[in-house]
Design a protein. Structure first.
Length: 493
């Protein structure tokens, strides 16, 4: 516990939703909800305008639509969020070498280690300067908490929301914490909170008055002792610049339960490839492959297999995940699948024979089912009769909020799609609210685009191409049927 408030906690305000509002002038000041748009999607972030209707993170999207039917419902654009996050983290790195990121929009900073502050006034000045720099560089706002410990700094940033700064002066911790609910403290979830309530403890002051022995009796030695220390405002955890990843995983929830075993295996292979991509991006390999299956009745099964050495080979991970799937009964239907890798290392020691066998098997399978186009069940199509018409192109799907570019109208974003049409609003972060136009979903002049910077306009590169950001094109999402609440505006192309 420090004698000066030199630990800073930054939490960006409604980060995903705020970034979408900054990127889309027509949505500024309006309720915006970001998350999965399918029937089983959940809210990732809601703007403060949407929160007034009761919408909040982790809420089922269907419930959010009932509460705020006229809000804009958008898919996440993680390439944009990562770009903005990198800008914010760079600003934090200028304050101190000890920056502990917790997520894309949240981090602790040790101001003392960077000699950016050593007392109340200098800490407040550093916090205000950071908030101003974030607004200037990204156009977004962040809330800053300052205190003598990580726990208190995080509580302070919550008190500062939105777009504020809150400093807890040393010596005032217990006075501030006392009237707060027990759920304010880290590690007190719904179950622990209810257990404490039944024991007559609803505030942090109640915990401090109960004493360590009583909390240990109620919650056990480790949890009870830690909770008592936190109730007194004590937290000696240091800011750690690098946090070792323990696992890498991806998962998908499906709008409709999967019953086809071939489709389930295809999804597992796809998740394995995504997982390996993340694994390689983090510079790791892993030894234990984990498969997660949530069935139609919400029962969740987890299976794992440990390899002889760490790997970052997609074929090896797919093969192991496939073996794990064979031991799981999926006949009743599958609503969620996940693939993960644990036992991370920064080197690889692949089973070369297993890799060779997997690649050979994949080549044989590809040859067997390739040709003009493989059927959804993995079987090869019947040869076409001479002169017979080939099937038309697959209808392109567009997700609400997705970046697009039209050959004649320029940059825009998908406002909604359905019944063979896609509605696009053409505007840029630095332009006035733009005009809405509607096209066929297969319009050849319309294509996916990269996000634009929130502060600009960007410098033009060769042939008028924006030089920011250097990211791959946005992947099209299958969840493109729902867009901005209230239905898309329609106009002629």
């Amino acid at each position: 516990m420090r004698t000066a408030p030199t630990i800073l906690h930054l939490d960006m305000d409604a980060f995903f939703a705020a970034a979408e509002q900054a990127a889309k002038p027509s949505l500024r000041g309006k309720p915006v909800v970001v998350g999965g748009l399918g029937p089983r999607g959940v809210v990732a972030t809601a703007s403060y305008e949407a929160r007034r209707f009761g919408v909040h993170s982790a809420m089922p999207m269907a419930q959010a639509r009932r509460l705020a039917p006229n809000a804009a419902y958008l898919v996440p654009r993680f390439s944009l969020y990562r770009s903005v996050s990198e800008q914010v983290m760079e600003l934090l790195g200028r304050l101190s070498p000890l920056v502990e990121p917790l997520s894309l929009d949240e981090a602790f900073v040790d101001l003392e280690a960077g000699e950016a502050a050593d007392d109340v006034s200098s800490a407040r000045a550093a916090g205000e300067r950071l908030r101003a720099d974030i607004r200037a560089v990204t156009g977004l706002t962040g809330s800053v908490g300052l205190a003598g410990s990580k726990m208190l700094a995080k509580i302070a940033s919550e008190q500062a929301k939105p777009d504020g700064l809150f400093l807890i002066e040393p010596g005032t911790e217990r006075e501030l914490l006392g009237p707060m609910p027990v759920r304010t403290l880290p590690g007190v979830g719904p179950a622990t909170g209810e257990h404490l309530r039944r024991a007559g403890m609803t505030t942090v002051a109640d915990l401090a008055e109960a004493g360590e022995d009583e909390l240990v009796r109620l919650l056990g030695r480790a949890h009870g002792a830690a909770l008592f220390r936190m109730a007194l405002g004590h937290d000696d955890r240091p800011v750690v610049a690098e946090r070792d990843a323990k696992s890498v995983s991806v998962e998908d929830t499906f709008d409709v339960d999967l019953h086809d075993r071939v489709r389930v295996r295809t999804e597992v292979d796809r998740l394995a490839d995504r997982c390996v991509a993340r694994l390689r991006a983090s510079g790791h390999s892993g030894r234990t492959i984990v498969l997660k299956v949530r069935r139609y009745d919400f029962s969740t099964l987890t299976r794992s297999e440990t390899l002889r050495g760490p790997t970052d080979d997609a074929a090896v991970v797919r093969e192991a995940a496939g073996r794990l799937l064979e031991a799981v009964d999926t006949t009743g239907g599958v609503r969620l699948l996940g693939v993960g890798v644990t036992g991370l290392a920064d080197y690889t020691q692949e089973d070369l024979f297993a890799q060779a066998a997997a690649k050979e098997s994949a080549a044989v399978l590809s040859q067997a089912v390739s040709g003009p186009e493989a059927a959804p069940d993995g079987t090869a199509p019947e040869p076409a009769e001479p002169g017979a018409e080939r099937p038309g192109p697959v209808e392109r799907l567009w997700a609400a909020g997705q970046d697009v570019r039209h050959a004649r109208h320029g940059h825009g974003w998908v406002q909604g799609s359905g019944v063979g049409r896609v509605t696009v609003r053409f505007e840029e972060p630095w332009s006035p609210p733009g005009r809405v136009r509607t096209f066929r979903v297969d319009d050849e002049e319309l294509e996916p685009a990269d996000p634009l910077p929130l502060i600009g306009p960007p410098e033009e590169g060769p042939a008028g191409q924006s030089s920011w950001p250097a990211t791959r094109p946005k992947e099209r999402s299958p969840e493109a049927g729902a867009g901005v609440g209230g239905g898309p505006e329609m106009s002629s192309p």
